[in-house]
Design a protein around this ligand. Structure first.
Ligand SMILES: [Zn+2]
Length: 150
């Protein structure tokens, strides 16, 4: 399938998305560093009694978990920025068509257009069927036992 050239409007839109993503990222980084700073200052105020060491340890664990989640968010943003760079951003991975701008504004990290997303959701539902069949089969097989019981 020949790749459709990116229209001027689309380029403008992608530039807007990039700006938005970079803003999100720098805001997130600023939040993270200010949270870390507050934490450091907080532990300084408390004083470093040996008795505080256990909770120090626990706090560090909590902040590690938090920053892990933040890191995931940042990597999702970086991933989207990379895809803007290589031209794959905003193109549906399943059908190759451009994803609608409204959808991208609402879901900036999506890789599927609305139709393909719906298709996948439908597929996920139909893929559950064989299991239902097995359940029905098992039920059918168990009627024998039920007959024996009565
Ligand atoms: Zn699609």
């Amino acid at each position: 399938m020949p790749k459709k050239p990116t229209s001027a409007n689309r380029k403008k839109f992608l530039a807007k998305v990039r700006e938005h993503l970079e803003e999100m990222k720098s805001k997130l980084l600023a939040e993270m560093s200010s949270a870390m700073r507050a934490e450091r200052e907080g532990s300084k105020d408390e004083g470093m009694d040996t008795y505080d060491l256990a909770s120090e340890e626990r706090d560090r664990e909590i902040s590690f978990i938090l920053s892990d989640r933040e890191r995931n968010k940042i990597s999702a943003i970086e991933d989207a920025l990379e895809r803007i760079d290589d031209g794959s951003y905003g193109v549906c991975e399943a059908c190759g068509l451009e994803i609608g701008e409204e959808r991208l504004e609402a879901l900036p990290f999506t890789r599927l257009c609305r139709d393909c997303q719906q298709d996948q959701e439908r597929e996920a539902r139909t893929q559950r069927r064989p299991e239902d069949d097995r359940l029905a089969y098992r039920k059918l097989g168990s009627t024998e036992n039920e007959e024996e019981g009565t």
